[in-house]
Design a protein around this ligand. Structure first.
Ligand SMILES: [Zn+2]
Length: 152
């Protein structure tokens, strides 16, 4: 975000709030160079529900961020970028078709998990470890055993 006062490229968010029942996110920013403060407003693009994060804050659906997360899970595996794009498209379309104005980020996570499961078992496990916060080997092993028994 470029500072409207001095044109510096670095600003930091000092506060995030909501307006209009969560359909607009207001961010208070401060320029790192001239230290002046200004507000930015983000509105969900038409038809897209706002995403409710685990901490209760609202965010606009971020396609790049979702793509990056899936790409990371698929890194060095034989998964084409077309396959990744198709999964992101599918999730984005589901959101656009939703009549809800707000959607829990967990819903998106679940869709990614379900999609990765059919794309690549390793990508699925990588994503699941982060997503479900698996922090012990026995849980991860049990999940791998379950996948193996399902024939993946
Ligand atoms: Zn500035």
């Amino acid at each position: 975000m470029i500072c409207p006062f001095c044109g510096a490229e670095k600003t930091r968010v000092i506060d995030t709030g909501e307006k209009n029942e969560g359909t607009v996110v207001q961010r208070r920013r401060q320029c790192v160079a001239c230290r002046k403060r200004f507000n930015t407003y983000e509105r969900s693009s038409l038809g897209m529900p706002m995403i409710i994060k685990a901490d209760g804050s609202r965010q606009i659906f971020n396609r790049e961020k979702l793509t990056k997360g899936i790409q990371t899970a698929c890194a060095k595996l034989l998964v084409s970028s077309a396959r990744i794009d198709a999964l992101v498209d599918e999730i984005e379309r589901d959101l656009q078709n939703s009549t809800k104005r707000e959607i829990n980020s967990r819903v998106i996570g679940d869709k990614v998990i379900a999609g990765l499961k059919s794309i690549h078992p390793i990508a699925y496990i990588r994503y699941a470890i982060v997503y479900f916060k698996y922090d012990d080997l026995s849980t991860i092993r049990a999940e791998i055993d379950r996948l193996t028994s399902e024939g993946l």
